[in-house]
Design a protein around this ligand. Structure first.
Ligand code: SF4
Ligand code: FES
Length: 337
């Protein structure tokens, strides 16, 4: 049957079989681990997303079984579908690693380096990307692009200077509303997400633009400057909500619920969008049925100082010779008694 057809692909030498029409990025996600290209704009839950940021570039070293010629340029893995017999290089290609460094440099041209005061620090995809692929210094000598502050209500903070124009919030607004209420105005250096977001913020699900934003351009006003994310403890919880699934992550400090977000999967994407009542209005532990601590990536700063269990290795290693000598000494002492 046609739906049983699978294409054999290899990514960084690891084989995987996927359905025709699968993108290289999603094929890599089926393998998982380090070979998954980073994605700043693609979001599997948002139809039409991807193709904007170029962080997911990979090298196709063999096009397919039928036409083994390599692709002449690096391709965006979120937008390129696999072919049978395709061979792809990601972290094993120096060319890709170098290109990704350039993409990070480009994204950081206008992004302010205000991580010390940004609420997204610790869970910012650009921060992670900069850490993994960025250069130490900048070659950019001009003024950074800046915008006037726009007030979009009492729940969501828009900080346009930090926006990397990934369009995720645009697609989210499109998905949660029936009319077009949100988009990118102007182009090039003047491009900015439109003030029409003010219309989308009335929607019950508007808070989800905070969760999909990969940087600190859209943040939760009810959590703003309250704490650093690595001092909080994420816990999965749920409630009986008439509007959404009610499955969330609570970010607690002690017994205080500082922030509520949707649960995210291993690729940092929201599992299910949550409503604004759950996100902004349910800030007491009593509002929730607690489940278990949210799994945190071992390399994430959020997990810092949170030990699930503490099993220190024995500091003193047993010294067999010394033990024997002690036993002999004990025996001699016993005899003398
Ligand atoms: S505000 Fe955030 S989600 Fe929206 S386009 Fe900018 S970076 Fe992307
Ligand atoms: S994730 Fe592919 S271009 Fe942004």
């Amino acid at each position: 049957m046609a739906e049983d057809v699978k294409f054999k692909v290899s990514i960084d030498g690891i084989p995987v079989e996927v359905a025709p029409g699968t993108t290289i990025l999603n094929a890599a996600r089926q393998i998982g681990g380090d070979i998954v290209p980073p994605a700043m704009c693609y979001y599997s839950k948002l139809e039409g997303s991807g193709g904007k940021c170029r962080t997911c570039l990979v090298k196709v070293s063999k096009g397919s079984e039928k036409d083994p010629r390599p692709m002449p340029k690096l391709v965006a893995s979120c937008r390129t579908t696999v072919m049978d017999g395709m061979e792809v290089l990601n972290i094993t290609s120096p060319e890709v690693v170098e290109a990704r460094k350039g993409v990070v440099e480009m994204l950081l041209i206008n992004h302010p380096l205000d991580c010390p005061v940004c609420d997204q620090a610790g869970e910012c995809k650009l921060q992670d990307l900069g850490y993994e692929h960025g250069s130490e210094g900048t070659r950019y000598e001009f003024d950074r692009r800046t915008f006037e502050r726009i007030d979009i209500g009492d729940k969501i903070q828009l900080h346009m200077n930090r926006c990397i124009l990934c369009y995720r919030c645009v697609f989210t607004a499109d998905q949660i509303t029936n009319n077009r209420v949100h988009g990118i105005l102007n182009r090039g250096d003047h491009a900015e997400i439109s003030t029409y977001i003010a219309k989308a913020v009335d929607n019950d699900f508007s808070g989800n633009v905070i969760d999909v934003c990969p940087v600190g351009a859209l943040t939760d006003k009810t959590f703003r400057f309250k704490n650093r994310v690595w001092f909080t403890k994420p816990v999965d919880a749920h409630r009986d909500c008439p509007t959404c699934s009610g499955k969330v992550t609570l970010w607690n400090r002690g017994t205080e619920v500082l922030r509520v977000t949707a649960r995210k999967d291993e690729f940092g994407e929201v599992e299910e969008f949550i409503c604004n009542t759950c996100r902004f209005d349910k800030k007491h532990t009593d509002d929730w049925i607690l489940e278990e601590p949210t799994p945190v990536d071992k390399d994430s700063v959020i997990g810092a100082n949170h030990y699930p269990e503490f099993n220190p290795p024995p500091v003193i290693k047993p010294d067999l010779e010394l033990q024997e000598a002690n036993e002999e000494q004990l025996a001699r002492t016993e005899k003398l008694k």
